[in-house]
Design a protein around this ligand. Structure first.
Ligand SMILES: [Zn+2]
Length: 317
């Protein structure tokens, strides 16, 4: 099998770079993700998330978010011969680039906006093209999965953010959003959306995972779920291996169709990994496993990156 074009919908490596812990260039520094191993694993487009840690919320969230975005630009400038930023349809056409890794800048947590819609335009101008409306907590836009009991839909500001993201050409990310918010976004959004790093609730009953009903709704609207590699989202207890990632992919294919599936590793944001999938360089083994359970070459290309590419070409301007 030729090497399919891999799009990874979520990693948290940027924090480690901004905190000065790693350069994201040298595999000997450890961690799950760096440029060399991403290339080795066959990644052609990586979503890099500016994840705003809980300790900065709410008052310092904008400050921290902007610091992470500045760090992302510094990282890309330092390695501009190896990385390019994907901001629109024209950039998307360059993926896969034979020598450079595409990066799509995302923000994990609408906290970055504070209570100001204009902040969305500012982060757009800074190159951000995807936004997770919430992390696990409540913010001024909506409630995260940690607030599921409220069964709350989006706030007025949250609804405005959805409309403005549609208008600007930004990808709405509903991983971490509570279920009522998920349905509200689907009602409102004129464009398909992503759950960039989530798994199937039927196989592992975790608040971060999506029910079959949610997966079908995402499919109907031509959205994509990036399957997350975090062992606790894949299996409630016991040892977790690459086969468990395959199991979730297989289930989502049955419930919602192959065209709904993407990959959203959550590398460098998770404290454990499945056996046999310890870092971004291991991606090719996962694709080989998909072939072994009967996915065709075309289907593997869709799952690896084709579906995320289709979604982005529908959303970005
Ligand atoms: Zn996350």
């Amino acid at each position: 099998m030729g090497k399919p074009n891999i799009v990874d919908g979520h990693c948290d490596s940027l924090i480690h770079y901004v905190n000065g812990e790693r350069t994201l260039k040298d595999p000997s520094e450890g961690g799950h993700w760096d440029i060399d191993r991403a290339r080795l694993g066959g990644v052609s487009l990586q979503f890099m998330a500016a994840y705003i840690e809980t300790k900065y919320k709410p008052n310092m969230a904008t400050w921290r978010g902007l610091q992470l975005i500045e760090g992302a630009h510094r990282f890309m400038k330092d390695h501009q011969d190896q990385i390019f930023l994907v901001q629109g349809k024209l950039d998307l056409e360059k993926v896969p680039d034979p020598t450079r890794l595409g990066v799509l800048l995302s923000v994990e947590g609408g906290e970055i906006l504070g209570e100001n819609l204009f902040m969305l335009d500012i982060i757009f101008k800074l190159g951000v093209r995807a936004l997770g409306l919430t992390w696990n907590q409540r913010n001024a836009l909506a409630d995260g999965v940690g607030e599921a009991d409220t069964q709350s839909r989006l706030t007025h500001l949250g609804q405005e953010v959805v409309g403005r993201m549609n208008a600007l050409g930004m990808l709405i990310d509903v991983s971490h959003l509570n279920e009522a918010g998920f349905w509200h976004v689907l009602e409102l959004s004129k464009y398909p959306i992503a759950a960039s790093h989530s798994c199937a609730k039927t196989l592992c009953d975790h608040p971060r995972n999506l029910s079959d009903e949610q997966l079908r709704a995402l499919a109907k609207q031509k959205g994509v779920v990036g399957v997350n590699f975090y062992p606790r989202f894949l299996k409630k207890t016991g040892k977790v291996s690459r086969q468990d990632v395959v199991r979730h992919i297989y289930h989502i294919a049955e419930v919602a169709g192959v065209e709904t599936i993407g990959l959203g590793s959550d590398f460098d944001g998770i404290d454990e990994t499945p056996e046999g999938l310890g870092h971004v360089g291991d991606y090719s083994y996962l694709l080989d496993d998909l072939a072994k359970v009967g996915f065709s070459t075309l289907e593997i290309e869709q799952i690896a990156g084709g579906n995320f590419m289709r979604l982005l070409s529908n959303v970005l301007k």
